[in-house]
Design a protein around this ligand. Structure first.
Ligand code: HEC
Ligand code: HEC
Ligand code: HEC
Ligand code: HEC
Length: 446
């Protein structure tokens, strides 16, 4: 017992000395160092263990295998995830920490490190995992100890690695849930209204767009190993996964002490100027006047996909979602919200396989784009976040077409879609009727 106390005090001292005031400037992730092969699966080895020049640390892409082998350099020099820890040293982070009354600095606090680094418990670490490395390989690919040494052996398969703890990123619901854990939030971490009010940016996400705007460290193109898991299919499954996850978050808020949780609602309902409030009365309210509403952002585009994959599920979900919206707006029926959210979630989870099986020939893509760009009645009463999802969806689908026909890169279609992003860039000045006008230009260009 006494021994443990001494150990504990020593540990505290070590932590304290590492956290002296005037903390060192954020450091670049360290260059690769060899690490002993560990024996237990599901432990974290650290990014250095991936980064030998013969493994993923080449400075140039190689032709020796189906992977590029310069993944470490792409990540280190271009990927925002490598900088995710460093942003915790910014003035903005300091302000968020102050407003949240956190005891330590942002870069010391679990609530920030959980999304801005690979923050795993020490008992799961076999190599050297530094918070400074930010969101490193294992945050997305899973703990490497069970397959790192093995996966370069001749005859070793992808499936064997997955069985030994590698995250199956070719499986779209699995990939989505990994990204969404940080980009939408889950039961362990989230950016709620308290964080936003304290100064954290609002999170927006669309699986395909965000995957393709990462500097790619995987082979692209029709012939790559996992081509079918990029593009329209990733967009479609990503929409369903985000909706399901948002309902899980809503149910959790309703179950716990954080009710009502304002980030489930449309920000504009509470945050708008009264000086020019004629528009509010013009547009009216879906239910009783003067209540805030549930944000339909994760349902906005997905409705149209479900309509294609399974029309009767669409009708059921329209109904489920309406119940969710009415109960959220009342703010005093957390039990009702919990039940309605769970019901809607069950329904969408059952449809995900059908959404994943949709075919995406160019004709299908164009037809879905026309449907999305024609969804004006819905968008006229929805919020800016729904419009943002519409713009992201059209961009994802447009890039699916562009991949087969590069001439479309500079075309009236891409120009019209870029113009949509201009409309949502300032959430403050968003005006649904202008957005809907710009959608007409997209339809005309299709
Ligand atoms: C649920 C995950 C999550 C949590 C918790 C979280 N963040 Fe973030 N944070 C993100 C993501 C994702 C982004 C990037 C948003 C984007 O660009 O789409 C981000 C962006 C930021 C930015 C803007 C960075 C830039 O490059 O401009 C700052 C600053 C920030 N976070 C600070 C914090 C601080 C401080 C905390 C703790 C109080 C925190 N974050 C907690 C996920 C999270
Ligand atoms: C933010 C998440 C993220 C991080 C961090 C990340 N990756 Fe990836 N990685 C992906 C995604 C997504 C893919 C594409 C998966 C697919 O196409 O099936 C991918 C693909 C790969 C592939 C190709 C796999 C294949 O089967 O073709 C390799 C190799 C790889 N990553 C290695 C790394 C290494 C090494 C690091 C760290 C230096 C790293 N990744 C960091 C998300 C990430
Ligand atoms: C462990 C948490 C975590 C995971 C998992 C994660 N991200 Fe991120 N991501 C972040 C943070 C934090 C930032 C902001 C970093 C910064 O501002 O420097 C970010 C930034 C990004 C950006 C840059 C956003 C911008 O505004 O430029 C993209 C794109 C992105 N992530 C895509 C993905 C994708 C795709 C996946 C899944 C394959 C994923 N991320 C998984 C935490 C995560
Ligand atoms: C049900 C009402 C309600 C909803 C919905 C709501 N908020 Fe708030 N918000 C508040 C209140 C109340 C405050 C505290 C106001 C104050 O002290 O100035 C606040 C404060 C803030 C602040 C800090 C004060 C400021 O003006 O900078 C920000 C930023 C903010 N909210 C953003 C958002 C965003 C983004 C959303 C949507 C994701 C949202 N809010 C949804 C009621 C709401």
């Amino acid at each position: 017992m006494k021994r443990m106390m001494i150990l504990f005090v020593l540990m505290l001292a070590a932590v304290a000395s590492a956290q002296q005031p005037g903390n060192p400037a954020p450091q670049q992730p360290q260059p690769p160092a060899p690490v002993q092969p560990p024996s237990v699966p599901n432990h974290y080895d650290g990014v250095a263990s991936c980064a030998n020049s013969g493994c993923h640390g080449s400075t140039q892409p190689l032709d020796a295998s189906h992977v590029l082998q310069n993944e470490y350099y792409t990540w280190l020099s271009k990927d925002r995830h490598a900088q995710a820890y460093n942003v915790l040293f910014s003035d903005r982070s300091a302000r968020v920490a102050r407003n949240m009354r956190l005891k330590g600095k942002a870069y010391q606090e679990t609530v920030c490190l959980d999304c801005h680094s690979t923050n795993v418990p020490a008992r799961l670490v076999s190599g050297k995992v530094d918070v400074e490395d930010g969101v490193q390989c294992e945050a997305c690919h899973g703990p490497a100890s069970g397959w790192r040494a093995e996966h370069t052996q001749a005859g070793w398969t992808y499936e064997q690695s997955v069985a030994r703890g590698m995250t199956d990123l070719r499986n779209l619901p699995v990939r989505a849930s990994g990204c969404l854990s940080c980009h939408l939030g889950n039961d362990k971490k989230e950016v709620d209204h308290e964080l936003i009010a304290s100064g954290h940016p609002i999170l927006a996400f669309e699986l395909d767009n965000y995957t393709e705007t990462m500097p790619p460290h995987w082979r692209r193109g029709k012939d790559s190993v996992a081509a079918d898991t990029h593009g329209a299919r990733a967009f479609a499954v990503g929409q369903a996964a985000a909706f399901s996850q948002s309902l899980d978050n809503l149910a959790r808020h309703a179950r716990g002490e954080k009710w009502p949780e304002f980030s489930d609602m449309s920000c504009i309902n509470c945050h708008h100027s009264l000086e020019t409030s004629g528009w509010r009365q013009e547009r009216g309210w879906p239910g009783r006047a003067g209540l805030p509403s549930w944000s339909p952002q994760h349902w906005a585009v997905l409705r149209l996909l479900v309509g294609r994959a399974n029309p009767s599920a669409r009708a059921k979900l329209d109904n489920d979602v309406e119940i969710v919206a009415v109960r959220v707006a009342r703010m005093n029926d957390s039990n009702g919200v919990l039940q309605a959210a769970n019901e809607a979630r069950r329904t969408i989870d059952n449809v995900i396989p059908q959404i994943a099986a949709l075919s995406w020939r160019d004709d299908d893509v164009r037809s879905m784009m026309r449907t999305i760009a024609g969804d004006t009645d819905f968008l006229l009463t929805a919020d800016v976040h729904s419009a943002e999802q519409t713009a992201l969806a059209l961009q994802s689908l447009a890039s699916a077409l562009t991949r087969n026909n590069p001439r479309l890169l500079k075309s009236p279609m891409t120009e019209a879609i870029d113009a949509l992003f201009e409309e949502v860039k300032s959430r403050e000045r968003y005006e649904p009727s202008r957005f809907v006008q710009k959608l007409a230009a997209v339809r005309a260009a299709l």
